[in-house]
Design a binder for this molecule. Structure first.
Ligand SMILES: C[S@@+](CC[C@H](N)C(=O)[O-])C[C@H]1O[C@@H](n2cnc3c(N)ncnc32)[C@H](O)[C@@H]1O
Ligand code: SF4
Length: 399
């Protein structure tokens, strides 16, 4: 089950923001969390629930009604010029009927107005889309699909407890392109116990072969409380190996680079600037976004808040006319600095040295001498070796 939420100051019942909070002007996004999955994968600790866990499930229509109620409350709290990006994530958004997803998108457009060139992404599980559902989503205004492929190797998919067959993800990506999606992402996970170098090479080749313009590749994280963590604790499976993970990362960068996809964030590769995920870039560069749905996080002008996690608690708050916000915090200048360094150093566009203090600049010079950073035009950019050690480099740059 998903872990507990952090505490913070209370969110007012009407969901209003602290007086004086204003949008930062770096773009406005909307995140929609769909907390439903057909089954829980053994490694996943996201805020998501199966029908059995919800006591027989919940109707898509009731969920959308609750999201629309939160949107009405959000409309009173913020007035962005327009919505630049929408990202529907999960859970499994495509467990909802495409008409339900379309209803959410229409409501966002009616409320704040979607920019003419808005990026509108939905995550999707490979087995939960069809050519017809993808066509309906494209027609509704979705512009991008992000599919959880994880691996092409049947043994790895089985260990991860995925529901789809090995070949399904690349086929779904092709179906998405045929339905008119110019922007399609495949998520890969590397470093699963038992995965061989050949397995991962085959996963990369299959992703590239599907003609997608974006790939995300994540090292397997063993999250507390998951079935995977329990199997490792019992000694039934070995823990992931850092050296193997580093080898896989280098293999990903080489294969994706050879296919014309270059890194723009440590775990993300795209076929040129227009293929980059603008919604995630907004997160990484201090933009504002409203997160709708159970457990969704939001950030507006230095105020961060998060909703109650359980779908029933979320629906109950909104049925009572109250904000689903569980708690919030106002970021201090120090908090913002730490976040800025952490997120922007992971980007290929680099971290301006001007944001670092004296000791931070000295640490950057040392990292450059060690071959971990490249410094040019006042920007610090991770080298390939630096990307393998990104967390350690960030730690050295911070007070
Ligand atoms: C929350 S999932 C939603 C996508 C969709 N439900 C799916 O699984 O196909 C988004 C992505 O997070 C990544 N992910 C989730 N848990 C992870 C973990 N423990 N370690 C590494 N990556 C993880 C997976 O690549 C997954 O595709
Ligand atoms: S389908 Fe995606 S969100 Fe659902 S449990 Fe699996 S990884 Fe997590």
């Amino acid at each position: 089950m998903p872990g507990a939420l952090p505490d913070g100051e209370a969110v007012p019942r009407d969901g209003s923001l602290p007086p004086g909070t204003s949008l930062g002007g770096r773009g406005f996004g909307v995140y929609v969390h769909v907390p439903f999955c057909a089954s829980r994968c053994g490694y996943c600790d996201f805020n998501t629930y199966t029908a059995a866990e919800l006591g027989g499930g919940t109707s898509g229509e009731a969920y959308v009604d609750a999201v629309l109620a939160e949107l009405a409350l959000a409309e009173r709290a913020v007035t962005p010029a327009r919505v630049d990006t929408v990202f529907v994530g999960g859970g499994t958004p495509t467990l909802l009927h495409p008409d339900d997803l379309a209803r959410i998108l229409e409501a966002i457009d009616r409320t704040w107005g979607l920019a003419a060139d808005a990026e509108v992404t939905t995550e999707a599980n490979p087995e939960s889309v069809t050519p017809a559902s993808l066509q309906r989503l494209r027609k509704a205004g979705f512009t991008r699909v992000s599919l959880g492929m994880q691996s092409i190797a049947p043994g790895v998919l089985k260990l991860l407890e995925r529901r789809h067959t090995a070949g399904r993800a690349p086929v779904a990506a092709t179906e998405a392109r045929e339905a008119g999606f110019d922007h399609v992402n495949l998520d890969l996970i590397y470093g699963t116990p038992g995965e061989t170098a050949d397995d991962f090479a085959a996963s990369l080749a299959a992703a590239v072969g599907a003609g997608v313009d974006h790939v995300s590749a994540y090292a397997l994280i063993v999250e507390d409380g998951t079935r995977l963590a329990a199997r490792m604790r019992r000694g039934d499976l070995p823990y992931p190996d850092d050296d193997v993970a580093a080898d896989r990362y280098l293999a990903a960068d080489a294969a994706l680079g050879a296919a014309g996809l270059s890194w723009y964030e440590v775990s993300n590769w795209a076929a040129g600037p227009s293929a980059r995920c603008r919604h995630n870039i907004l997160y990484w560069t201090g933009g504002d976004w409203w997160g709708l749905g159970p457990g969704a996080h939001s950030h507006v002008g230095g105020v961060r808040w998060w909703n109650v996690k359980h779908p029933s608690a979320y629906a109950a708050r909104l049925a009572a006319g109250e904000s689903p916000g569980h708690a919030r915090e106002v970021l201090s200048a120090d908090d913002r600095h730490v976040e800025d360094v952490m997120l922007r150093l992971r980007l290929a566009s680099g971290l301006p040295l001007a944001v670092l203090d004296g000791p931070g600049c000295a640490a950057a010079a040392r990292a450059e001498a060690d071959g971990l950073l490249e410094i040019r035009d006042g920007l610090a950019v991770l080298t390939l070796r630096g990307r393998l050690l990104a967390d350690a480099v960030v730690r050295d740059l911070l007070p």
